[in-house]
Design a binder for this molecule. Structure first.
Ligand code: R5P
Length: 295
């Protein structure tokens, strides 16, 4: 029997990445309608034939609350139409940071979110999820998960565009990314100490950076959300007499006007990956995902 091509669907806002992935893996691009009824409920209609076909849904999960129901309804609809397995490509995976009870009365929402996704997707492919206290996705997800890393792409960007870089991780959680990126970019790195006392209240301590005065500081972190972590670090580097830094984030969450505030804080440039589409997304993750799916 002729093997049917897989079919890729873009959830709203993911059209470019889905199209590029489908081209790269020589799959079909599925057609669907996802829209809101006037009362705010979600309408989903699949227009392509999915019977017995491997189905790939592309949906990055920044601002996840509004994305979850369309994703769940689409997955259930595809299964009702006979799709042969649903792979969710979520280049940014949300709810990874509330991974323990920080204050009495809180829930571990990363676990609840994982069990919801595991209920309707058969596999999950993601990029640099915020695994900090958890070491593996299988601790919370019950479906097979593939974790891809953007570090080689970031190293290549640094090697190609930045002269004499000093990589800087704003906190111990960032060390895993910074160390890997620095190794591949053949650059030195330092890791700072961060204390967060509220959503937008961050203090960072900068160790002796004087010996790196002639370097270009490159801040590297997985997520830029309120950008307070980056902005606080930029301020300290300025006080230490360092050059204006380049900020590189894997995931451009940019809550509210965080991007504008970061740009105004004295940075040279802000660069992110297109795990979340944004005007700063100069680093393209299409091939990273496509090569894995092809394999
Ligand atoms: C947390 O440890 C992460 O690695 C990032 O440093 C953090 O999410 C950045 O958040 P924000 O941009 O809100 O300071």
């Amino acid at each position: 029997m002729l093997r049917m091509k897989p079919i890729v669907f873009a959830l709203p806002g993911n059209e470019v990445l889905a199209k590029n992935i489908s081209k790269a893996i020589q799959a079909d691009l599925g057609e669907l309608i996802v829209r809101q009824f006037p009362d705010g409920e979600t309408y989903v209609r699949v227009l392509s034939d999915v019977k017995n076909r491997k189905t790939i849904l592309v949906c990055t999960l920044a601002y996840p609350d509004e994305k979850l129901l369309p994703l769940l309804f689409l997955s259930k609809t595809l299964k009702s139409l006979g799709a042969d397995g649903i792979s969710l490509v979520a280049p940014y995976l949300a709810y990874m940071r509330q991974d323990k009870v920080f204050n009495p009365g809180e829930g571990v929402t990363s676990e609840y979110f994982a069990s919801l996704i595991s209920e309707f997707a058969d596999t999950l492919i993601t990029i640099d999820p915020h695994l900090h206290r958890r070491h593996s996705m299988t601790e919370i997800y019950s479906i097979p998960c593939k974790v891809l890393h953007a570090s080689s792409l970031i190293s290549a960007y640094i090697s190609e565009h930045i002269t004499n870089p000093l990589l800087i991780g704003p906190d111990v959680e960032s060390e895993q990314w910074v160390a890997e990126v620095a190794k591949n970019a053949n650059a030195p790195f330092i890791v700072l100490e961060k204390i967060r006392s509220g959503d937008r209240d961050v203090k960072v301590t900068v160790p002796q950076v004087e010996k790196f005065k002639n370097h270009t500081p490159v801040l590297v972190d997985d997520i830029i959300s309120t950008a307070r972590t980056m902005i606080e670090t930029v301020g300290h580097l300025k006080n230490a007499g360092m050059k204006a830094p380049i900020c590189i984030g894997v995931h451009a969450v940019f809550a509210g006007n965080a991007f504008e505030e970061l740009k105004k804080s004295g940075v040279d440039k802000v660069v992110t990956c297109n795990t979340i589409p944004h005007s700063s997304s100069e680093i393209d993750v299409t091939d990273l995902i496509a090569i894995y799916i092809k394999k």
